[in-house]
Design a binder for this molecule. Structure first.
Ligand code: ATP
Ligand code: MG
Length: 332
């Protein structure tokens, strides 16, 4: 039996990276799989969040997922803190994962920055909570962007060690990542070597899903590029991270591969290509942004959807957690 789980942090505006790397695929998978999608607010507070902003972002990200076609009737959409099983299993995994494994995680190094002594301990054990999110459902597949591949490998290591330590060979599945589409790692518009992120301090580094046509056009116009025209073959993008990124975005938005995209825009100067890219971005994001604004008029309805989703999520995880307590040896 296949079961999909994935999460997104309510840490700010949804970006084009979140859309192309994750949410668009989440919507498509609903036709063929049982899907559980989670707003991971416990993950968000690994970096301090203003409480009012956290609540607002949670509702906004929920509206974003709904606007992209996530169906909360057929599938499950909820916020993580409303299901305590995630946190309980994460504690058990804190006792399974090894310090050495977590020391290798590149996201921690990036997010902690230079002053590692001052990072929260939650930020360090973030991947253990992520493993708990997935394994509390015994999920088999996790659709994510390229940046989460390392954390998924850690989740497999945790599952394997748990199964081995307590001699339950098939207890937790070894979950597979699903990294789908032409833009699995969308880069910052200001720096082609840095991932586009919703928590980046520079708003010019990303396209937000709520940006209007003028903001999108301006950000793409100002996006960093090199002086050469676009190549006609994909190999010509090697060593040109900014050009590569913009062409990947263009291809992914149009739903074609990079070769096909270059068949249309190869040979063009950026001055000619950028307005074409803006038009495609506006035509995809415009309707989603408008639907988000409409949904956000009724916050009570969003809260109701999340509450009901959390109830249905607990119906899946409660029996799995009972089994886990039994395996570990807790009296219950
Ligand atoms: P933050 O800066 O707070 O970490 P984020 O933009 O990285 O925010 P997450 O909530 O960490 O977003 O990740 C949600 C999903 O979006 C994950 O599946 C992640 O792999 C995917 N994702 C995030 N950024 C990108 C990107 N630039 N390109 C492709 N996928 C991305
Ligand atoms: Mg992230």
């Amino acid at each position: 039996e296949n079961r999909i789980f994935s999460g997104i942090q309510p840490t700010g505006n949804l970006t084009l990276g979140n859309y192309l790397g994750a949410i668009r695929n989440w919507a498509a998978l609903q036709d063929d799989y049982e899907c559980i999608y989670c707003l991971v607010d416990l993950h968000a507070i690994t970096l301090f969040q203003n409480p009012e902003e956290l609540r607002r972002n949670t509702r906004e990200v929920a509206a974003g997922l709904l606007a992209c076609g996530i169906d909360p009737k057929k599938h499950i959409l909820f916020n993580q803190s409303q299901n305590q099983d995630h946190a309980e299993l994460a504690w058990i995994f804190n006792c399974v994962a090894r310090m050495g494994w977590l020391n290798r995680m590149t996201q921690f190094k990036e997010k902690a920055g230079k002053n590692r002594e001052n990072a929260s301990t939650g930020l360090f054990v973030y991947p253990n909570l992520m493993a708990a999110d997935i394994l509390a459902y015994k999920a088999t597949h996790v659709p994510v962007g390229e940046d989460q591949k390392q954390h998924l490998e850690l989740a497999r290591d945790i599952a394997a060690k748990f199964n081995n330590d307590w001699e339950k060979p098939d207890f937790f599945p070894l979950t597979e990542p699903l990294i789908l589409g032409a833009a699995t790692r969308v880069m910052s518009l200001r720096d082609g070597t840095k991932k586009m992120s919703k928590s980046d301090p520079s708003d010019m580094s990303r396209i937000n899903m709520t940006d209007g046509p003028d903001a999108i056009a301006q950000k793409i116009r100002k996006a960093k590029t090199d002086p050469e025209a676009l190549p006609s073959e994909a190999e010509g993008l090697e060593g040109r991270p900014e050009a590569q990124n913009l062409v990947n975005i263009y291809a992914a938005l149009r739903g074609v591969d990079v070769e096909t995209a270059l068949g249309d825009v190869g040979g063009k100067q950026f001055s000619e290509f950028k307005p074409i890219l803006s038009d495609v971005a506006v035509s995809v994001l415009g309707p989603i942004g408008e639907e988000m604004q409409r949904l956000l008029q009724d916050v009570a309805e969003i809260d109701r959807i999340l509450c009901e989703g959390s109830e249905r999520s607990r119906a899946i995880t409660n029996p799995i957690l009972r089994e886990v307590r039994e395996v570990v040896g807790f009296v219950q």
